[in-house]
Design a protein. Sequence first.
Length: 346
Amino acid sequence: MRQLFVILLALGIGMPVNAKQITFTKKGVIHYCMSGQDTLIVQTALKKHYTLSIAPYKGDKACAISYTFDDGLAEQYSLVAPQFEKRGFRGTFAINGSKINSDGGLTTDTTRMSWEQVKDLSDRGHEISNHGWKHKNFSRFPLEEIREDIYKNDSAIFANTGVMPRTFVYPNNNKKEEAKKIAVQNRVGTRTKQRSIGSKSTPQNLEAWVNTLIETNDWGVGMTHGLTYGYDAFRDPQRFWDHLDQVKAKEDKIWVGTFREVAAYVEEKGATQLDIVCEKNHLRITPELTLDKKLFIEPLTLVIKGKQIKKISVRQDGKKLPVQLHTDKAVFDFNPYGGVIEVNLK
């Protein structure tokens, strides 16, 4: 992350240091444009120092974790989802539509979910992702068959849940480039990296994984199938529940979001521009984001750091925004497609 320094002195306008996109408007006012990757350091006319940046993850957490579950197994509905909700988490369930059981008692495979259960998961805030209609390996089928497999699953998920899947999980983890170009269309992201979580996971290596994510400010994507059956199952689910408890205990540092949520946030952060006007202790921040509003719908988190912040009020589009005020920073979510953000600092 780049740090860009802007100084506004009490007796006039100071000289910018290591900043190139500054426009001076009038005495006592400074105008600056920054990207979502920048950190802006401001000394106001009252010699109070603040740093402004878009948080790397929602809520200014140190890292993010998304848990993805492949193949639509029945126990993902009966075991996993309740355990997630108990802790306030939501997961991403990547399904193969051809294997999902029809409703109305026409069950053909008791190891798989029904469409009714898939919709219930979606209604409860979990993400339903596309894992291919028939789980076709990209390297083994013609391109047109892969295209049909992807689009058919999109249509089935939308028809049964009312929500179009905006992420894709590659069957057999195969990412053949020609087929990948189809899979990424109209998505916020596809699963290109993951950490296998299953039979080989131990309390020690799971804890080490989480601690590394926190230390490196990374986004971890966990991948598994079943808990007691299926590919690479835990066999003893308690090992996974214990891991979730450890993550919950560190929720001040970890954002547990669905794959769609985190992928969209990260993309939006990188594409957002902030136009900032600073006058005394008042900031006017105009966000600009040109991504597709129908796909990228996550609010972003703005962080204003400064030990001198005693009181802050924030409004956007005439509405007061909730602010979390800590000892050394103020944190609030904003609409990157919205209007001017008015910030008053005291």
